[in-house]
Design a protein around this ligand. Sequence first.
Ligand SMILES: CC(C)(COP(=O)(O)OP(=O)(O)OC[C@H]1O[C@@H](n2cnc3c(N)ncnc32)[C@H](O)[C@@H]1OP(=O)(O)O)[C@@H](O)C(=O)NCCC(=O)NCCS
Length: 173
Amino acid sequence: MPSELPTQRRNRRVRLRRLRPEDRPLLQEFLAQIDSYDLQMRFFAALRSVPPALLDFLMQVDCEQRMVLVAIDDRSHGQAPILALAHAHAHPRGETAEIALLVRSDLKGIGFGSLLLDRLIRDCRNHGVARLEADVLRQNARMLRLARKYGFRKHAAEGGTVRLALELTSAAA
Ligand SMILES: CC(C)(COP(=O)(O)OP(=O)(O)OC[C@H]1O[C@@H](n2cnc3c(N)ncnc32)[C@H](O)[C@@H]1OP(=O)(O)O)[C@@H](O)C(=O)NCCC(=O)NCCS
């Protein structure tokens, strides 16, 4: 399966794969390493830590409409192996999916977001998703630049949030 292939990133052997139900403790460990600024950028709320209900929400992997990818450190020997996380949640008719990314706070800016977004775009396209959307806080320069790099365009803006969209149809791809 292509998403199981390891790749090299800054001397780490990184494997991208789907989040699994048994990953819950690993996800909890990952989330404990996200600082409050990054939690705000991801969840649009002032959080010091991730409450159990939000962890439950992030762990929903058995539903048809959700694709959750994790970047795993292949050589972590079981210690804090999740490096980054990406969610795609398809709308009921399945043509549009909302995406969101989260990279471990101490690992931002070295390509994990790009790695996950690239894979998420390809996987969603392969699943017949026609359009990706992402709501991003206006001040989130990193995410805005990352999304633009992959072709997302500003679709709408409301309050402090910008809605970005990427068409995955073959003509736009
Ligand atoms: C936003 C986020 C997912 C980006 O992932 P990342 O691994 O940090 O980003 P990458 O290293 O792949 O960099 C991607 C692009 O971001 C931009 N970028 C990187 N560092 C940046 C910085 N300090 N300031 C502004 N833009 C920056 C660059 O355009 C870069 O592309 P380049 O490498 O071709 O120059 C990550 O920083 C994160 O998890 N932030 C907190 C949560 C969040 O904001 N989630 C998004 C909600 S949708």
